[in-house]
Design a protein around this ligand. Structure first.
Ligand code: KIV
Length: 335
């Protein structure tokens, strides 16, 4: 009997893994989630209501993709709708970057972003993209002090927000932290080159590795991150020649933001959507003008309201009993 049960579960697993069913026109957009439920339960409800049975990528898939030369495409996401659209579009990964400080919260840097901010945004993204690899970005101050604090905060990302891995900035100088977190059983993505949390030390938001001496440090950082046990590495704003060398040299996947071709590419969603226009780095390719479309829509709405063109009959709920009954009701209040 036990044996038969095993065979059944095994067959069920294989069948369900091979089914790849997505609803066109995602009903997730109008989901009303029950309150007072845990994140895991809410995600289960979202999955069931969407009928999604897509096999979620694992760390093995990313390593295989590197071996096969298949590119990984990913963006940042900070909220439920972006995560939903990202998953619908088929993004390989979503990064809940601490860039949320600028993109969402209106700060002028990532420095003020807290653990509470990051956890809350990771939870929203996880609810929107239950079948996508989600990366939680450790904010400034959450891993700089001690190994113990770094591990405790990394654990919070996994337990409270159900992310798949965490990312932290730095190479040789944070190798010990990466080791401590991986020893706790948590997957780590390294981040070297232009590291925004330490942009002060770098002399601003400047490309790194452009001269031989600086490139040597970037390469040493990359090797230190791999040696410390990270499963992948993100390189930011480094010349493509240096990135290509690192991607060849490392056996872990190497991804780029503004660092040229390697195993995959990341862009900040607000940059590529044309939503965040305060500062656009050279490496951004803009795929839409969401800011422009949004301002035009807001203007059209203001004009409609002011000119009595909204709401019209199609935008209201009609009474369900004869008008006379309502007139009688109104007269009760007239005396
Ligand atoms: O916070 C973020 O979005 C990042 C990218 C700049 C790589 O770390």
């Amino acid at each position: 009997m036990k044996f038969l049960k095993k065979v059944f579960y095994c067959a069920f697993g294989i069948i369900s893994e091979s089914i790849c069913l997505r609803l066109q026109g995602d009903p997730g957009l109008c989901l009303q989630l029950p309150e007072n439920r845990g994140l895991a339960e809410q995600i289960q409800i979202i999955k069931e209501r969407r009928w999604i049975m897509v096999k979620k990528k694992s760390v093995i898939d990313f390593i295989t993709m590197k071996k096969k030369g298949e590119q990984v495409a990913w963006i940042t996401a900070y909220d439920y709708p972006t995560a939903l659209f990202g998953e619908q579009a088929g993004m390989d990964m979503l990064l809940v970057g601490d860039s949320l400080g600028m993109l969402v919260m209106g700060y002028d840097s990532t420095i003020p972003v807290t653990m509470a901010d990051c956890i809350a945004h990771c939870q929203s993204v996880r609810r929107g993209a239950p079948e996508t690899w989600v990366i939680g970005d450790m904010p400034f101050g959450s891993y700089q002090t001690t190994d113990q604090e770094a591990v405790q905060n990394a654990v919070r990302f996994i337990k409270e927000a159900a992310v798949d891995c965490i990312k932290l900035e730095g190479g040789q100088r944070v190798a010990g932290r990466i080791r401590a977190i991986t020893d706790a059983g948590i997957l780590v993505m390294g981040h070297i080159g232009l590291t925004p949390q330490s942009s002060g030390q770098l002399g601003g938001f400047k490309a790194q590795g452009r001269d031989v001496n600086n490139a040597r440090e970037v390469i040493r950082d990359a090797l230190a991150v791999q040696e410390a046990g990270a499963f992948s590495l993100l390189i930011e704003a480094v010349p493509p020649e240096v990135t290509a060398f690192i991607a060849r040299k490392l056996h872990i996947p190497v991804y780029s933001i503004g660092a040229g071709p390697c195993d995959g590419q990341l862009l900040i969603s607000g940059d590529m959507l044309g939503q965040f226009k305060i500062f656009t780095p050279k490496f951004v390719k803009q795929y839409a003008d969401v800011a422009g479309v949004t301002v035009e829509a807001f203007k059209a709405y203001i004009s409609d309201v002011k000119n009595g063109l909204f709401p019209t009959d199609e935008h209201v709920y009609h009474i369900s009993e004869p008008l006379e009954a309502f007139e009688k009701l109104f007269s009760e209040f007239d005396s």
